[in-house]
Design a protein around this ligand. Sequence first.
Ligand SMILES: [Fe+2]
Length: 262
Amino acid sequence: MEQTTRLITHIEAIAAGDYSNDIMELTKDNQPENIRRIAEAVGMMMVRIEAREMRLEQLYAQIKQNSLRTVQSIADALGTRDSYTQGHGQRVGDMASRTAMRAGLSDQDVESIRLAGILHDIGKIGFTDDIFSNEDTRPSDAMLEQIRKHPTWGHDILTNLNFLGNVPELVFCHHERLDGQGYPRGLKGEEIPFAARFISVADCYDAMTTQRIYQDAMPQKKACTILKRLAGPSLDPDIVTIFITELENPSQPEFHPTEKTL
Ligand SMILES: [Fe+2]
């Protein structure tokens, strides 16, 4: 009777996910045959389940790694057309996710923001060549139309990649502004996903502080002054404050896609 109670206790522990070897004490020769045979069978079952769980974990890790490589390949595809955008995407992904981390968002949200930052301009792959080589500060109407469409194109390119979660929606919204003056949909305030606003802030900052064909890189201080001016009407003021704090006192070392999984 005592062995039966112990056997049941061990089986219940295994059912709860405790794969210790305690049940092996009931497989010894001094145990009643029925108890010993049940304990051996359950012990064997436990070993097999454990092995399968380990294999599943390995497969899941591989899938995540491959998914990450897919994302990187997509970003690199745009880089072959526009080298600026590739570096820009990495920087925006890094800065936006660090800001989100400082803001206390969940690991999953931080990772979505990082990936959306890397991919936010992927829709530019649909641009005609004249936009990439344009040196005028005022693009033509035809160019403007393409520029206003790139978030939609980016969303459409990514939307069937289920593993990206809400990343396509964040890409869709990265040029929306709180006052409704953004594009492509002219969303206002709370209509814009909170996570997308981190990308908007980092995108604006990086665009100002990067050397381009048609502009000199702006110093950090001046770019922050402009960000503060945009906070409220255009950019989320709380996120601008956290972004500047993170910029001036980095709390996280720079991280890169190869060092983090999805
Ligand atoms: Fe963009």
